[in-house]
Design a binder for this molecule. Sequence first.
Ligand SMILES: *Cc1c(COP(=O)(O)O)cnc(C)c1O
Length: 406
Amino acid sequence: MSVEENVGELLPPDRLMLTPGPSCVDPRIYRAMAAPIVGHMDPWFIKMMDDVQVLLRRVFQTQNHLTFPISASGSGGIEAAVMNPLDAGDECIVCVNGAFSERMAIIAERIPANVIRVEVPYGRTVDPAEVLRAGKGRKIKFVGLAHGETSSGVVQPLADYRRVADELGALLVVDAVASLAGVPLDVDGEGIDICFSGSQKALSAPPGMAPITVSKRAEEAIGSRREPVRSWYFDLTTAMNYWGKDRLYHHTPPITLIYAMREALRAVLEEGLKARWERHRMNQQALVRGLEAMGLELFVSNPADRLVTVTAVNIPPGIEDAAVRKQLLDEFNIEIAGGLGPLKGKIWRIGLMGYSCQKTNVLIFLAALEKTLSDLRFRLPAGAATAAALQSYQQTSQPALAGSRK
Ligand SMILES: *Cc1c(COP(=O)(O)O)cnc(C)c1O
């Protein structure tokens, strides 16, 4: 038998992705992706790129000229944000409270830069006063942090970080991969110098693009580097010749993903940023009530520190991580994530992002988790989780569903 006969038509399963990315993709985005490819220098496409940049500035809430989607996943966003301002031997501070903020530190170390890590255990936020202490009297190029630390489900409040960066004469670099369009974020309002995200999280587009925005101050810092940026691909000054007014060839961008980005941003702004943040908040609140009613414990003990888009739950003693995730997938077509690094086998991470973040999905998931845990002899009050979630929805006045599955 030939390979062609063996390898059948591509038929991926229709999963409900409640992971920290990728999240489910809205059908309107799939429709946009079916549009024909045009050349990246086509006048129609060049005009369309302007639209994407206008929409992106609104979603980031910024006037920054240098705002565009990088052709890379979220990690490419980290790479660009870190490599552009830093010359070899420069000093920077990275607030490390999980795997993604740690990735920022690792990338900076490879430049090689002198990286001061202000570290706290997973599940905690970093105190800006600690950052100020660590940087006092030094020449700090930037202070970097993860707004939403997806590995532990923690949101790092941004208030005070602009002041700390100012006192240190540093740029402020923020990883908003897991927060943009799901959690309140105002790039200009918070005075962030370099902010980046990922397409597959709360924006709910397919993976593969990392929107980034760079302030005038950061542009100037990049312009006064001693040496060229050590990455050709992620050099923002040359990439901007394509995304800027010159539109000079830099690399061939993923045309289809840019269509998807355009439609995803349109969907975000149609819903409205405030309504979208509120939808995420309400659905997570219902999820948390349901998990607690089941007798489960959240990993992040301080409710104010919990990231709305990713909920970390402690795996109860005697319950095997892999068995639960396998049953959720096999019996219910639901994917959730396990822990990373030191938290592997200790927590589950449940993502409620973008199109995945819907009332029906919360209720289906709670029912599925209840059945799965009961099968594994975890004792819990039958029906309590969905009842608690429904009650939580009743207490919130606004509709929990913005757009249903179609
Ligand atoms: C997912 C994530 C990343 C990495 O994004 P990839 O698309 O997997 O490269 C970086 N930072 C945070 C906070 C994330 O949640």
